[in-house]
Design a protein. Sequence first.
Length: 226
Amino acid sequence: MGTQRSDTDRATQIIDRLLEAYPDSTISLNYSNRLELLIAVMLSAQCTDERVNTVTADLFEKYSSAEAFAEADQDELAEDISSITYYNNKAEYIRNTCQTIVTEYDGSVPDTMSDLTELSGVGRKTANVVLQHGHDIVEGIVVDTHVQRISRRLGLTTEQSPKRIETDLMELVPEEHWQQFTHLMIDHGRATCTARNPACADCVLEDLCPSSKLDNDVDLASNEQW
Ligand code: SF4
């Protein structure tokens, strides 16, 4: 009980400091409606947001509705997104997902976790982003590679799988910060707590972090020596 309490307090301190460090932290994918959001998030799996934004600038001009994606030719759509990782699979997921959206949801992106995760190629992470930013529904915490790495470094979880990490974080992070937590972790992961060479000496969380290179030998993200 005492440990849980102090972990919760530490999580709150971490959030407060990151909110101060990154006051404008938010999603970095470009989109102008829910369908574009869903497709941008699907494209962003294992790909940078910058690259996705470059591709979607033209893509969303060419395909402007779920019907348009649903009726797209597989090879042509794959070609249109060919600078993105796993473009063939992603083109197929997008076509299948949009076919379902057209036939079962009248062309609108569904607004529940269970309906979203039934869509082809849509997992809990994608669904959480779409619910949060497309529908203003916060059901969980989006766990991407930055959240996964930094939460472990900070000792907020010892789990490996995104689903279990999310469950741990939902215990520690106050619900009003569930959405922002992800963006703060992503900004901190890009600016300071990078995968290969975190800048612990310049980190606003240094005194709260059990992985800090300044006084710890082990990176808790990997459980290996720094
Ligand atoms: S102290 Fe180092 S490992 Fe810990 S959060 Fe900061 S940059 Fe990351």
